[in-house]
Ligand binder design. Structure first.
Ligand SMILES: *Cc1c(COP(=O)(O)O)cnc(C)c1O
Length: 355
């Protein structure tokens, strides 16, 4: 049966990315060796890193003065590496969900942190709005897409202090004005590649200011200076990232990704709003285009499990909501298709008709 993948991460990738990566795993560039067996310093691998960096810069229109590096450790390591490199005295965090909260927790190891705004008391069903950003912060940290709760900041915010963003779950889904940021980071496994690599975009002239001795691996300058080759980088994930970047470019770039994200989300939210069984969990203006969260209306609560069983029987994977929200979550990253969305909508309509 055809499967429709709505996993929140690791998540769906374009088929061609998986096929081309699989080919290189079997025989890297006709060398008779697997991509898994070559040295990261092999002459054939450097062009992979170079092209991946060049494509990220091109697709996101990254200005001069920024570096793109590939690290291990996931976005979760960035929760500490960001403050290690950028926190001098005081950092501000917008608490918009679980990941934002985790980022703030790690920053506390390095200095004072202030929660500039929070929507925790409403269980993150909307983004924090109308907050003031203190002007004495070393940086303000935001999470552009809240993967678990399904809220998203899709417009650049104006910040009087350096801005740092966790874009793990919506990077490459829309144009971004990178010049507004001191750093952007993203674990690859939502929208960029297989799991195992983290992309960090840093503004070069903001590095080296923190008043602490940094272990070599934690200092971004190490990786900027060595072109992500200070130690062995995640070779296969970087290759899959390159294939995804080629795909994004071929499809028409981030503008086209943005158009598709709107198209998918409009269809799915329209059905959630129309269907008497379901309701969205998030304030309409803050709805994520990437992670579409919804629940059964209260009077139909006991249909939750039957609906999940039904969608699974129709080939849907990963529609169960995160345990902190319950209900359902359909993740629609770049690789998600209208076919997948339409198949889910069809399930919702059919289920409504039968109940
Ligand atoms: C998934 C996710 C993370 C955690 O990423 P890891 O690579 O598993 O550490 C952090 N932030 C956001 C917004 C995420 O979606």
């Amino acid at each position: 049966m055809k499967k429709y993948n709505f996993n929140a991460g690791p998540s769906m990738l374009p088929r061609v990315v998986i096929e081309n990566t699989a080919k290189q795993i079997l025989d890297f560039n006709g060398s008779g060796l697997s991509l898994m067996e070559i040295s990261h310093r092999a002459k054939d691998f450097q062009p992979v890193v170079d092209e991946a960096v060049a494509l990220i810069k091109e697709l996101l229109d990254i200005p001069e003065g920024y570096s793109v590096i590939f690290l291990g450790g996931g976005a979760s390591l960035q929760f500490m590496q960001i403050p290690a490199n950028f926190l001098i005295k005081k950092a501000g965090y917008v608490n918009s969900g679980t990941w934002a909260k985790k980022a703030m927790k790690e920053a506390k190891h390095f200095g004072e942190t202030v929660e500039v705004a929070s929507s925790a008391t409403d269980n993150y069903t909307h983004l924090p709005h109308h907050y003031e950003i203190p002007s004495d912060l070393d940086y303000l940290h935001i999470t552009t897409n809240n993967t678990i709760f399904g809220t998203e900041i899709r417009k650049e915010i104006d910040s009087p202090v350096p801005l740092i963003a966790d874009m793990s779950s919506d990077i490459m889904s829309r144009p971004v004005d990178v010049s507004k940021y001191t750093a952007i980071y993203a674990g690859a496994q939502k929208n960029l590649a297989m799991a195992g690599v983290t992309v960090v975009i840093v503004k070069d002239d903001m590095l080296g200011k923190a008043p602490r001795e940094l272990p070599t691996m934690i200092d971004y300058r190490t990786h900027v200076e060595k072109g992500s080759m200070f130690n062995t980088p995640p070779v296969v994930p970087i290759y899959s990232l390159l294939e995804t970047m080629r795909w994004v470019k071929e499809q028409g770039g981030v503008k086209e990704m943005d158009r598709r994200a709107h198209e998918r989300a409009e269809v799915l939210y329209a059905e959630i709003d129309r269907n008497r069984l379901f309701r969205g969990t998030v304030d309409a203006q803050d709805r994520s285009l990437m992670n579409i969260c919804f629940v059964m209306n209260d009077e139909y609560k006991d249909l939750e499990k039957p609906f999940l069983d039904f969608v699974v029987s129709q080939g849907m994977v990963g529609v169960k909501g995160h345990r902190s929200v319950g209900g359902f979550r359909a993740s629609c990253y770049n690789a998600q298709t209208m076919e997948g969305v339409n198949a889910l909508v069809k399930c919702m309509k059919e289920f409504e008709a039968n109940h």
